[in-house]
Every structure is written in structure tokens, then in C-alpha cells.
Ligand binder design. Structure first.
Ligand code: ADP
Ligand code: MG
Length: 458
């Protein structure tokens, strides 16, 4: 592959792996200066970017380059000022058309191109409702989900829809990280501090992405709390996203947890096979190509992770189909899937296997574990099961509750806390749980789920 082409493909993959602001600020401005015998020299426009890339992104860049070239690449970053700009937006295809406007909204993240399935229908319905009646129905509206499942897209879709209906509406999107950084800069002097306050408190719709980022930051939480209250009290809409339920964000102040829980909280689960197929069809269409059903099915079956991963592999497949016209499509699918082995979901362990092992370890029958019984002999193992399910899988608290006889989300949270406390205080108990966890890890049945539930490695 030609050097320019190779870098273009590398950027296309990185764009879906790295957060958009970071991609735009650091990665998009680079070039591949040379690649000789696996030694890749990456040209950066200034030392700050070179430093940042080296510290934070070297791993993933290396991985992507190695995958694309099939050669184990080593990276060097060098500063090359006044370099000609990196490939133009148009050259990079639709992925790069998500330029932001002054309000921070990505015009291409709309309801029209958001594909709805079982795993995101609740979040989608809430988003539509808020877009139709901002500030009244669900306030705040918070989406939580793992990475690449559509939180940011849905959030922007609301912003874009509100803007469509009312061009006067003041909308502001910002990642929580930018909120924090801007605030730190602004508080240096009185004037800028006042400007900052005004900027965030004079909007009709405020969208803050990845709010978990502010946890543990006292000043930011204080400022956000005040901003939140002011907007909320004047009937302005607040939309947030998070990588987990607010109650599970460590070091998030209780008053914020309670504010965030005061409106509507909707989660998005990993897409099932049907949704993955529908998304691939739509994305291929967006890129002006139609893939046959077999290829779509093969890709959807093999890439069972996030939608971002699905999109990334599709982009690579489409690039390959252009450059390798003579190769059979099935082979290209295999190649892309293999190239993206880091995209593969980790082996999954079934919840049943976890429950079975818990019962064995604590010598209780499964019926008791999922029953209404609240005797000491049953409660502790049940809480241990909650803990193990939480540790080993990425099941939501609701789902864990369901598995354990229809218990609600707060019971599970309480159970998790009890176990965490006990683990600190009781070494014997800790040992027992460790054994259970290792056993699950060793002999956990690896099952292929239809993608409804995403599992973490143990
Ligand atoms: P998150 O914010 O949850 O990490 P994003 O909203 O950035 O995820 O989504 C990742 C990518 O997947 C984006 O390019 C987005 O457009 C796409 N995407 C996510 N969900 C959907 C969906 N339901 N339909 C179409 N595209 C989606
Ligand atoms: Mg996001």
C-alpha cells in the first residue's frame, strides 16, 4: 500500500477508535513521514502533539499500523512544522464529514441515520420525546452505555432535531473533559470566569458528553452542579451521557447523582445480530455501496462488539474491496476480521456458569439463591453472586437483578456494597470469592451470545 493510502486507512481506523475531540486535535494533524523496515516516522505539527501522541496514542497507532502492514511496526514521532495539511476531508470519505458547527453539534449525527433495534429502542424513544418537547418531559435525560454504542450520536441527534425545529434555540454540546478544561482556564481571572458561567448558563439545551469524567474533581463538580441547577430551574433541557449508571460512578458527589437521577435514565445495550445487520446495510448505503446479504451477515456475525467497531471494520472492508477487486469478498471479510482481532469481544462466560459456581462454593442450592428467602445462609451467597456477575460480565444492574429472582437495581447496588466492605474486612471470604472467580475464569463456558449481552474478560 502506498504511504499516503496507508496513513489514510490508519486515520480512518483511528477515527472510530479515539474520541472525536482528541482525534481532531491530535491525530488528524499528523502524517506518515516514512516507513522503512517497520520503522514508522510520524510527523506532527508541534511538540505538544508529538508528546501527547507518544504518551497516549502510540499503542493504538502501532497496533493499527501493524495490522494494516502485517509488519511489526515501531514508532518515532518527529516535529515537522508547516507541513502541508493532512488529507482533505473529502478524500477520507463520509467518516470525515462530521465537522462541527459553533454549537459543537455534528450535523451528520441525526435521528434519520440512527438505526433502532431492541438494544437502543428505549434510549431512542426518550431522545425523540425530548427532541419534541425539550425542557419539559425528561429533564435531565441521561444515556449510559459502554463505548461505541451510540450515546454521542443520539445526543447530537436531539440537538440537531431541536435546531431544525427552532433555529433560534441556543444549543451547546461539549464533552465533560472540555467543560473541565475550559473551566480551569476561565477561573484564572474574574472576567473570563464570568464569561464561562454565562456561556454555559445561557443555553436552552446543554449536552454534556461522558459526564463520568468530572467525578473526583471537586471544583468542576461544584461548577457543574450550579450550572445544572440554574438551567434546570429555568426549564432548560440538560442531556448527559455516561459510561455507567450515575449511582455507579465512583467519586461522583451524591448531590450530582441525585440530580442526574431526577429525570430519565436510559441505557443502551450492545447491538444484537439483527441490529448489526441493519446498521451495516445502512452504513454501506451511506457510503454509496451495496454489499450482498451474505457478506453483511458474515461481518455482522463476526464483529459482535460495539457499533463503532462495526463501522470501523466495514470501512476497512470497503477500502479493501476497492483495492483488491480480484479477491473474493468472503476472503476480504476474513482478512478484515483477522486484522481487527483487537476488535473481537473477549471470551464470554455465561451468567449460569457464574451462578453455578457461586452455589458450589457457598454450598447453597440455586433455587434458594433466586428465591425470596432472606436468611443469612442465602443472603450472603446471593450477594456474592451479584458481585461475581458484576465483576465478570458487563451486565447491567437490572439484568443481574432479573437473574437473581427479579430483584431491583437498588438491592443489587446494596449487595455490591456489602460484599466490597466484607472483602476488605474478611480475608477468608476474600479467598473464597477469589477461588470462585478463578474457577469461573478457567472453566467458564465460552458461549457465543447473539450479542445482546457484552461480557468482559475475567
Ligand atoms: P458512544 O458515544 O456511545 O461511544 P457513538 O455515539 O460515538 O458512541 O457511536 C459510535 C459510532 O457508531 C458513531 O459513528 C455512530 O454514528 C455509530 N452508531 C452508534 N449507534 C448507531 C445506530 N443505532 N445507528 C447508526 N449508527 C450508530
Ligand atoms: Mg461518545
Amino acid at each position: 500500500m502506498h504511504k499516503g493510502e496507508l496513513w489514510k486507512n490508519t486515520l480512518a481506523t483511528l477515527e472510530v477508535e479515539v474520541s472525536k475531540p482528541n482525534f481532531a486535535a491530535f491525530i488528524s494533524k499528523t502524517k506518515l513521514a516514512s516507513l522503512t523496515k517497520g520503522e514508522a516516522v510520524i510527523a506532527c505539527p508541534n511538540p505538544l502533539i508529538a508528546e501527547r501522541l507518544k504518551k497516549r496514542y502510540a499503542g493504538i497507532i502501532k497496533e493499527v499500523l501493524t495490522n494494516l502492514t502485517g509488519e511489526n511496526c515501531r514508532l518515532t514521532f518527529k516535529v515537522q512544522r508547516n507541513q502541508s495539511p493532512s488529507p482533505k476531508t473529502a478524500d477520507l470519505g463520509p467518516l470525515f464529514t462530521r465537522l462541527k458547527n459553533g454549537d459543537g453539534l455534528f450535523p451528520s449525527y441525526t435521528f434519520e441515520n440512527f438505526v433502532v433495534g431492541l438494544s437502543n429502542q428505549l434510549a431512542h424513544a426518550a431522545a425523540l420525546a425530548v427532541a419534541n418537547q425539550p425542557g419539559t418531559l425528561h429533564n435531565p435525560l441521561l444515556f449510559y452505555a459502554g463505548v461505541g454504542l451510540g450515546k454521542t450520536h443520539l445526543m447530537h441527534a436531539i440537538g440537531n432535531a431541536v435546531k431544525m425545529k427552532n433555529s433560534e434555540a441556543r444549543i451547546h454540546y461539549c464533552p465533560a473533559e472540555s467543560f473541565t478544561n475550559e473551566m480551569i482556564e476561565a477561573i484564572q481571572d474574574r472576567r473570563t470566569a464570568a464569561q464561562f458561567k454565562k456561556k454555559f448558563r445561557s443555553v436552552d439545551v446543554l449536552l454534556v458528553d461522558d459526564i463520568q469524567f468530572i467525578a473526583g474533581r471537586e471544583a468542576t463538580q461544584e461548577e457543574f452542579f450550579n450550572t445544572f441547577n440554574e438551567l434546570y430551574l429555568s426549564g432548560k433541557q440538560i442531556i448527559l451521557t455516561s459510561d455507567r449508571h450515575p449511582q455507579e460512578i465512583k467519586s461522583l458527589e451524591t448531590r450530582l447523582v441525585s440530580r442526574f437521577s431526577g429525570g430519565m435514565i436510559a441505557d443502551i445495550q450492545p447491538p444484537d445480530l439483527d441490529l448489526r445487520i441493519a446498521i451495516l446495510r445502512q452504513k454501506a448505503k451511506e457510503q454509496g455501496t451495496a454489499l450482498n446479504d451474505e457478506i453483511i451477515l458474515a461481518l455482522a456475525e463476526q464483529v459482535a462488539g460495539s457499533i463503532r467497531q462495526l463501522e470501523g471494520t466495514l470501512t476497512q472492508l470497503l477500502l479493501l474491496t476497492q483495492t483488491h477487486r480480484e479477491t473474493a469478498p468472503e476472503e476480504l471479510v476474513a482478512l478484515v476480521v483477522q486484522n481487527n482481532s483487537y476488535h473481537q469481544p473477549p471470551p464470554s462466560v455465561s451468567p449460569e456458569a457464574i451462578l453455578r459456581e457461586t452455589c458450589r462454593q457457598f454450598k447453597v442450592p440455586k433455587e434458594a439463591l433466586v428465591s425470596g428467602k432472606r436468611t443469612r445462609e442465602v443472603v450472603l451467597p446471593r450477594q456474592a453472586a451479584m458481585y461475581l456477575l458484576r465483576e465478570v460480565t458487563s451486565l447491567s444492574l437490572e439484568k443481574i437483578g432479573e437473574l437473581l429472582g427479579g430483584r431491583d437495581h437498588s438491592t443489587i447496588l446494596h449487595g455490591l456494597k456489602v460484599i466490597e466492605e466484607r472483602l476488605k474486612a474478611d480475608p477468608l471470604f476474600r479467598k473464597q470469592l477469589d477461588v470462585a472467580k478463578t474457577t469461573i475464569q478457567r472453566c467458564g463456558e465460552v458461549e457465543t451470545f447473539s450479542g445482546k449481552i457484552g461480557f468482559k474478560t475475567v
